[in-house]
Design a protein around this ligand. Structure first.
Ligand SMILES: Nc1ncnc2c1ncn2[C@@H]1O[C@H](COP(=O)(O)OP(=O)(O)OP(=O)(O)O)[C@@H](O)[C@H]1O
Length: 241
Protein backbone atom coordinates (compact mmCIF):
# COMPACT_ATOMS: atom_id res chain seq x y z
CA UNK A 1 0.00 0.00 0.00
CA UNK A 2 1.15 3.53 -0.78
CA UNK A 3 0.68 6.00 2.09
CA UNK A 4 1.23 9.75 2.04
CA UNK A 5 1.21 11.48 5.41
CA UNK A 6 1.34 15.26 5.28
CA UNK A 7 3.54 14.99 2.17
CA UNK A 8 4.63 18.38 0.84
CA UNK A 9 6.95 19.34 -1.99
CA UNK A 10 8.59 22.74 -2.06
CA UNK A 11 11.25 24.16 -4.38
CA UNK A 12 13.42 27.25 -4.66
CA UNK A 13 12.15 29.62 -7.31
CA UNK A 14 13.57 32.92 -8.64
CA UNK A 15 11.64 36.02 -7.57
CA UNK A 16 10.20 37.64 -10.75
CA UNK A 17 10.76 41.04 -9.06
CA UNK A 18 14.49 40.29 -8.90
CA UNK A 19 14.69 39.68 -5.14
CA UNK A 20 16.28 36.63 -3.54
CA UNK A 21 15.03 33.16 -4.52
CA UNK A 22 11.87 32.14 -2.68
CA UNK A 23 10.53 28.82 -1.46
CA UNK A 24 7.38 27.88 -3.38
CA UNK A 25 5.01 25.06 -2.54
CA UNK A 26 4.45 22.74 -5.50
CA UNK A 27 2.24 20.24 -3.70
CA UNK A 28 0.58 19.45 -0.43
CA UNK A 29 0.29 18.70 2.32
CA UNK A 30 -1.29 15.49 0.99
CA UNK A 31 -2.67 12.60 3.06
CA UNK A 32 -3.60 9.51 1.06
CA UNK A 33 -3.88 5.74 1.37
CA UNK A 34 -3.87 4.20 -2.09
CA UNK A 35 -5.33 0.70 -1.98
CA UNK A 36 -7.43 0.51 -5.16
CA UNK A 37 -6.03 -1.40 -8.16
CA UNK A 38 -6.85 1.41 -10.61
CA UNK A 39 -6.27 5.01 -9.57
CA UNK A 40 -6.36 7.97 -11.98
CA UNK A 41 -4.95 11.44 -11.34
CA UNK A 42 -6.36 14.36 -13.35
CA UNK A 43 -5.84 18.11 -13.23
CA UNK A 44 -4.88 21.17 -15.24
CA UNK A 45 -1.40 21.69 -16.71
CA UNK A 46 0.99 22.69 -13.96
CA UNK A 47 -1.39 21.67 -11.16
CA UNK A 48 1.06 19.23 -9.55
CA UNK A 49 0.08 15.83 -10.98
CA UNK A 50 3.60 14.81 -12.04
CA UNK A 51 4.97 15.96 -8.71
CA UNK A 52 2.42 13.72 -6.96
CA UNK A 53 3.21 10.79 -9.28
CA UNK A 54 6.95 11.18 -8.74
CA UNK A 55 6.49 11.18 -4.97
CA UNK A 56 5.05 7.68 -5.19
CA UNK A 57 8.32 5.98 -6.15
CA UNK A 58 10.79 8.43 -4.67
CA UNK A 59 11.73 10.21 -7.90
CA UNK A 60 10.72 13.30 -5.90
CA UNK A 61 11.20 13.25 -2.13
CA UNK A 62 8.83 15.07 0.20
CA UNK A 63 10.20 18.31 1.67
CA UNK A 64 7.96 17.60 4.67
CA UNK A 65 5.85 14.61 5.71
CA UNK A 66 6.36 11.02 4.60
CA UNK A 67 5.64 8.73 1.67
CA UNK A 68 5.72 5.00 2.33
CA UNK A 69 5.24 1.95 0.14
CA UNK A 70 4.46 -1.22 2.06
CA UNK A 71 5.98 0.53 5.07
CA UNK A 72 9.20 1.47 3.23
CA UNK A 73 10.00 5.18 3.39
CA UNK A 74 10.86 6.68 -0.03
CA UNK A 75 13.38 9.01 1.66
CA UNK A 76 15.41 6.24 3.31
CA UNK A 77 14.56 3.08 1.30
CA UNK A 78 14.63 4.51 -2.24
CA UNK A 79 16.06 1.49 -4.10
CA UNK A 80 13.66 -0.95 -2.37
CA UNK A 81 10.72 1.38 -3.12
CA UNK A 82 11.72 1.63 -6.79
CA UNK A 83 11.88 -2.18 -7.05
CA UNK A 84 8.25 -2.23 -5.92
CA UNK A 85 7.01 0.81 -7.85
CA UNK A 86 7.80 1.08 -11.56
CA UNK A 87 7.50 4.47 -13.28
CA UNK A 88 6.61 5.18 -16.91
CA UNK A 89 7.17 8.67 -18.34
CA UNK A 90 5.08 10.48 -20.97
CA UNK A 91 7.99 10.49 -23.39
CA UNK A 92 9.45 7.00 -23.83
CA UNK A 93 12.70 8.56 -25.06
CA UNK A 94 13.22 9.76 -21.47
CA UNK A 95 13.70 6.17 -20.34
CA UNK A 96 14.94 4.13 -23.29
CA UNK A 97 18.72 4.16 -23.01
CA UNK A 98 19.99 1.22 -25.05
CA UNK A 99 20.34 0.97 -28.86
CA UNK A 100 17.91 -1.94 -29.33
CA UNK A 101 14.73 -3.12 -27.56
CA UNK A 102 16.33 -6.41 -26.47
CA UNK A 103 19.26 -4.63 -24.87
CA UNK A 104 16.99 -2.09 -23.23
CA UNK A 105 14.75 -4.67 -21.55
CA UNK A 106 17.81 -6.75 -20.62
CA UNK A 107 19.32 -3.68 -18.94
CA UNK A 108 16.31 -3.29 -16.69
CA UNK A 109 16.76 -6.95 -15.62
CA UNK A 110 20.45 -6.55 -14.72
CA UNK A 111 19.84 -6.54 -10.96
CA UNK A 112 17.26 -9.30 -10.78
CA UNK A 113 18.71 -11.74 -13.36
CA UNK A 114 22.50 -12.01 -12.96
CA UNK A 115 23.07 -14.58 -15.74
CA UNK A 116 23.46 -12.81 -19.12
CA UNK A 117 21.92 -15.61 -21.20
CA UNK A 118 18.92 -15.96 -18.95
CA UNK A 119 18.56 -12.18 -18.95
CA UNK A 120 18.45 -12.12 -22.73
CA UNK A 121 15.91 -14.96 -22.83
CA UNK A 122 13.72 -13.14 -20.28
CA UNK A 123 14.03 -9.90 -22.26
CA UNK A 124 13.02 -11.68 -25.47
CA UNK A 125 10.03 -13.28 -23.72
CA UNK A 126 8.97 -9.89 -22.36
CA UNK A 127 9.16 -8.29 -25.80
CA UNK A 128 7.06 -11.15 -27.21
CA UNK A 129 4.46 -10.57 -24.49
CA UNK A 130 4.18 -6.95 -25.63
CA UNK A 131 3.97 -7.83 -29.34
CA UNK A 132 7.49 -6.56 -30.03
CA UNK A 133 9.23 -9.89 -30.74
CA UNK A 134 10.04 -8.95 -34.34
CA UNK A 135 11.43 -5.57 -33.20
CA UNK A 136 13.92 -7.00 -30.70
CA UNK A 137 17.05 -6.09 -32.70
CA UNK A 138 15.73 -3.05 -34.58
CA UNK A 139 17.43 0.27 -33.64
CA UNK A 140 15.09 2.01 -31.18
CA UNK A 141 15.06 5.19 -33.28
CA UNK A 142 13.40 3.14 -36.05
CA UNK A 143 10.43 2.25 -33.83
CA UNK A 144 7.19 4.24 -34.03
CA UNK A 145 6.22 6.42 -31.06
CA UNK A 146 3.65 3.81 -30.05
CA UNK A 147 6.19 0.99 -30.24
CA UNK A 148 8.63 3.05 -28.15
CA UNK A 149 5.97 3.59 -25.47
CA UNK A 150 5.28 -0.16 -25.46
CA UNK A 151 9.02 -0.79 -25.11
CA UNK A 152 9.25 1.64 -22.17
CA UNK A 153 6.36 -0.19 -20.51
CA UNK A 154 7.90 -3.59 -21.27
CA UNK A 155 11.24 -2.58 -19.75
CA UNK A 156 9.54 -1.43 -16.54
CA UNK A 157 7.18 -4.41 -16.30
CA UNK A 158 9.97 -6.93 -17.01
CA UNK A 159 11.04 -6.62 -13.39
CA UNK A 160 7.48 -7.33 -12.23
CA UNK A 161 6.91 -4.32 -9.95
CA UNK A 162 3.92 -4.50 -7.58
CA UNK A 163 2.76 -1.03 -8.58
CA UNK A 164 3.02 0.85 -11.86
CA UNK A 165 2.88 4.65 -11.91
CA UNK A 166 2.37 6.13 -15.38
CA UNK A 167 2.67 9.86 -16.05
CA UNK A 168 0.49 10.57 -19.10
CA UNK A 169 1.53 7.37 -20.89
CA UNK A 170 -0.77 7.98 -23.87
CA UNK A 171 -0.50 11.75 -24.37
CA UNK A 172 1.89 11.44 -27.33
CA UNK A 173 0.05 8.55 -28.99
CA UNK A 174 -2.55 8.41 -31.75
CA UNK A 175 -5.96 6.87 -31.02
CA UNK A 176 -4.96 3.37 -32.15
CA UNK A 177 -1.89 3.25 -29.92
CA UNK A 178 -3.69 4.99 -27.06
CA UNK A 179 -6.34 2.26 -27.11
CA UNK A 180 -3.67 -0.42 -27.23
CA UNK A 181 -1.72 1.00 -24.28
CA UNK A 182 -4.95 1.64 -22.31
CA UNK A 183 -6.03 -1.98 -22.89
CA UNK A 184 -2.62 -3.22 -21.84
CA UNK A 185 -2.70 -1.18 -18.62
CA UNK A 186 -6.28 -2.33 -17.92
CA UNK A 187 -5.21 -5.97 -18.15
CA UNK A 188 -2.25 -5.75 -15.77
CA UNK A 189 -2.45 -7.61 -12.46
CA UNK A 190 -0.54 -4.79 -10.73
CA UNK A 191 -1.91 -1.73 -8.98
CA UNK A 192 -1.78 1.05 -11.60
CA UNK A 193 -1.74 4.78 -10.81
CA UNK A 194 -2.09 6.77 -14.00
CA UNK A 195 -1.83 10.52 -14.52
CA UNK A 196 -3.96 11.39 -17.52
CA UNK A 197 -5.73 14.12 -19.47
CA UNK A 198 -7.89 11.41 -21.06
CA UNK A 199 -11.11 11.62 -19.08
CA UNK A 200 -12.53 8.48 -20.72
CA UNK A 201 -9.55 6.53 -19.39
CA UNK A 202 -9.92 8.18 -15.96
CA UNK A 203 -13.60 7.17 -15.91
CA UNK A 204 -12.54 3.51 -15.99
CA UNK A 205 -10.51 3.84 -12.76
CA UNK A 206 -11.90 2.84 -9.37
CA UNK A 207 -10.75 6.07 -7.76
CA UNK A 208 -9.92 9.49 -9.23
CA UNK A 209 -7.80 12.17 -7.59
CA UNK A 210 -8.26 15.73 -8.87
CA UNK A 211 -5.22 17.96 -8.39
CA UNK A 212 -5.53 21.73 -8.53
CA UNK A 213 -2.91 24.32 -7.64
CA UNK A 214 -0.85 21.79 -5.68
CA UNK A 215 -3.73 20.32 -3.68
CA UNK A 216 -5.86 17.18 -4.02
CA UNK A 217 -9.23 18.90 -4.25
CA UNK A 218 -11.33 15.81 -4.99
CA UNK A 219 -10.77 12.15 -4.18
CA UNK A 220 -13.74 10.08 -5.17
CA UNK A 221 -15.31 7.59 -7.56
CA UNK A 222 -14.90 8.67 -11.22
CA UNK A 223 -18.41 10.16 -11.58
CA UNK A 224 -18.26 12.80 -8.83
CA UNK A 225 -14.50 13.39 -9.15
CA UNK A 226 -14.64 14.07 -12.90
CA UNK A 227 -17.72 16.27 -12.43
CA UNK A 228 -15.66 18.33 -9.96
CA UNK A 229 -12.77 18.53 -12.43
CA UNK A 230 -15.09 19.66 -15.26
CA UNK A 231 -16.60 22.35 -13.05
CA UNK A 232 -13.13 23.54 -12.01
CA UNK A 233 -12.11 23.82 -15.66
CA UNK A 234 -15.36 25.61 -16.55
CA UNK A 235 -14.68 28.08 -13.72
CA UNK A 236 -11.14 28.68 -15.01
CA UNK A 237 -12.52 29.31 -18.51
CA UNK A 238 -15.03 31.80 -17.19
CA UNK A 239 -12.29 33.61 -15.22
CA UNK A 240 -9.94 33.71 -18.25
CA UNK A 241 -12.20 33.70 -21.33
N1 LIG B 1 11.89 21.30 -9.51
C1 LIG B 1 11.01 22.30 -9.65
N2 LIG B 1 11.35 23.57 -9.29
C2 LIG B 1 10.47 24.59 -9.42
N3 LIG B 1 9.22 24.42 -9.89
C3 LIG B 1 8.83 23.19 -10.28
C4 LIG B 1 9.70 22.06 -10.17
N4 LIG B 1 9.03 20.96 -10.62
C5 LIG B 1 7.80 21.39 -10.98
N5 LIG B 1 7.69 22.72 -10.78
C6 LIG B 1 6.48 23.53 -10.98
O1 LIG B 1 5.47 22.95 -10.18
C7 LIG B 1 4.21 23.03 -10.82
C8 LIG B 1 3.61 21.65 -10.92
O2 LIG B 1 4.36 20.90 -11.85
P1 LIG B 1 3.92 19.43 -12.31
O3 LIG B 1 4.88 18.99 -13.36
O4 LIG B 1 3.76 18.56 -11.13
O5 LIG B 1 2.48 19.73 -12.95
P2 LIG B 1 1.54 18.80 -13.85
O6 LIG B 1 0.18 18.90 -13.27
O7 LIG B 1 2.12 17.44 -13.99
O8 LIG B 1 1.57 19.55 -15.25
P3 LIG B 1 1.41 19.01 -16.77
O9 LIG B 1 0.01 18.49 -16.92
O10 LIG B 1 1.64 20.25 -17.57
O11 LIG B 1 2.46 17.96 -16.99
C9 LIG B 1 4.46 23.68 -12.17
O12 LIG B 1 4.15 25.05 -12.05
C10 LIG B 1 5.94 23.47 -12.41
O13 LIG B 1 6.48 24.49 -13.19
Amino acid sequence: MIELDGAEVTAWSPDPAGGPDRVVRLLGPVDLRLTERRVAVVGANGSGKSTLARLLNGLVLPSAGRVRVDGLDTATDGPAVRRRVGFVFTDPDAQIVMPTPLEDVALSLRRTVPDAREREARAAATLARFGLADRAHVPVHALSGGQRQLLALAAVLATDPQVLVCDEPTTLLDLRWRTRVDDLLAGLPQQVVVVTHDLEAAARAERVLVVDEGAVVADDAPGPALARYRSLMAGARAAHP
